[in-house]
Design a protein. Sequence first.
Length: 401
Amino acid sequence: MNRIYLDYAASTPVAPEVLCAMEPYFSEKFGNPSSLHWFGQEASAAIFRARETIVQALGCHYKEIVFTGTASEANNLAIRGIAQRSKETKKQRNKTFQPQIITSTIEHESVLETCRALECEGAEVIYIPVNREGLVDLKKLKVALNDRTVLVSIMHANNETGVVQPIAEIGKMLAEFRSAQGAASYPLFHSDAAQSFQYLPCRVDELGVDLLTLSGQKMYGPKGVGALYIRKQGSNKATKQENEYLAPIITGSGQEWGLRAGTENTPLIVGFGAAVALAEKLRNKESARVSKLRDYFLKRLRVIAPKAELNGSLTERLPNNINVYFPGHSAGDMVIALDVQGIAASPGAACRSRAAKESYVIRAMGYSADRASQSVRFSLGRQTRKRDIDKAFLALARIMK
């Protein structure tokens, strides 16, 4: 059976160029990057080059990039690290200080579950709602800000619906709030860009973010590697080793500027760097190509399933994401029926698919439980062609009947 993969939002295959870049570091270039001898310095130089590639893509300094094991770990480092450090510093002046974190109701579970855990530890978390288009309510976000707000975490693009949030607008709002409060640092602004980087430019100064999460496996790089951009304060960033507002969550020998202990995974980091370079090179061309395929998909969908509806904004969304409500059809049953016919799709986030739960993202947009459990996500990628969509629609037509 010739299988067709339409679940690129869940994971992407490692690009041939990326695999080629990684291979030597699994065998002959095996040194520990912390070692002083030639083997170690060979590995250290490879990590430096990968870091510099990401630096060029984000427009930041190389000491502002910390490599992690996953994007979920990067999100944890951002949120837990800031909550912990803010309590340490603020309690020196106020023993009863309760940090406040603001996030949205549609964040990835690595953000939401971390916030819920911090609530149990005494933090206050404000969950900002979204409208039926899947966009964050900026008025409610602005009202929620106060002198205890240490972090705002809003994802760049949603992993289930592909809806893109107005990150630059939020960044400007927070800058104005800090200026009015006379605050040098807080509140800090974090955004999870795991889904968006492949299709949208993520220059950190243009977005106005202080922290940004990236994922290797979402951009045709290897699984098991992520990165967190952390803005350093002061004009001479190169000389600053300590981070004033972020505490480590993995401690040890001080790798990654003391923020993520443990021997760096050189092959995966090299692959991550190669994937970033390739994404930067292909972004404009791929975005335009995939947008056309998405529009073709929606055109055909209106013919075979006229009652189906797109979840989320049509205009403010990633070009590869098509999240569709099929009234009267269980998402789980549809995904299984499609898979039997060789078509891979998803009922939502891959992390939750096996739990067979309704989409909390669709519910947060104000829709019914039925709609949340009858929505399927199709996501396109570099290998997707028009003929793949045509074959998928043959399978969909049979299921609709």
